[in-house]
Design a binder for this molecule. Sequence first.
Ligand code: SAM
Length: 217
Amino acid sequence: MSIEKMLEEGAAGFGVSLSPEDTGKFVRYLEILKEWNERINLTALKDDGEIAVSHFLDSLSAAKFVRGAGSLLDIGSGAGFPGIPLKIAMPELDVTLVESVHKKTAFMNEVIRELGLTGIRAVWGRAEDESNGVRRGAFPRVISRAVSGVKEVLALSEPYLSPGGSIILMRGRRGEEEWEQAGEEVHARYRIAHKLRFTLPYGGQTRVIFVVEPASR
Ligand code: SAM
């Protein structure tokens, strides 16, 4: 099966409709990723199909929690996951990607340029750095995939939330265990509004997504 077909069918499984133009963007993204991956470490995956499933489709699995939100902050985006795939699928979404490794930020800005995406930017900086230029209290959704511990990433995310906003945690198959281990303080401070446990298509891995809200509201 072609990568385009895998993406189109796999995305449909997450309620995302990709046009031929969109799948073309993913194919170009894949090419740039493989090119840059020879020089800087962006992904351990080498196979096109694996990248399409474990990075692109996995990123799109969060689409239903982001749709209609207006703007999204992706903390620790690495090679652009999940923020760039979500932007390709939902062009109306304004996306900010914050990443502490300069070369990864340069890579994301190159992808943004090459794909002709607008309303998206990669910011070089640490999420906890007050002077990183990213506005606090301004994002209805703050997302992260595979970034540090649950407790740490919640603390990094919360300052950026706009009133009524939610934090989306994309975790691996041990997601529930990680939530439990985050401890009582976290469980008292936040509540899980939604949890989705699923297996990626085409023989992919199991993942867990948590949509979390501050419990105080
Ligand atoms: N989200 C991407 C993904 O799912 O492929 C990358 C995951 S990688 C395991 C974690 C990334 O978070 C790394 O690129 C790292 O540089 C970045 N990171 C870790 N702590 C950060 C922080 N405090 N602020 C910004 N970026 C951070």
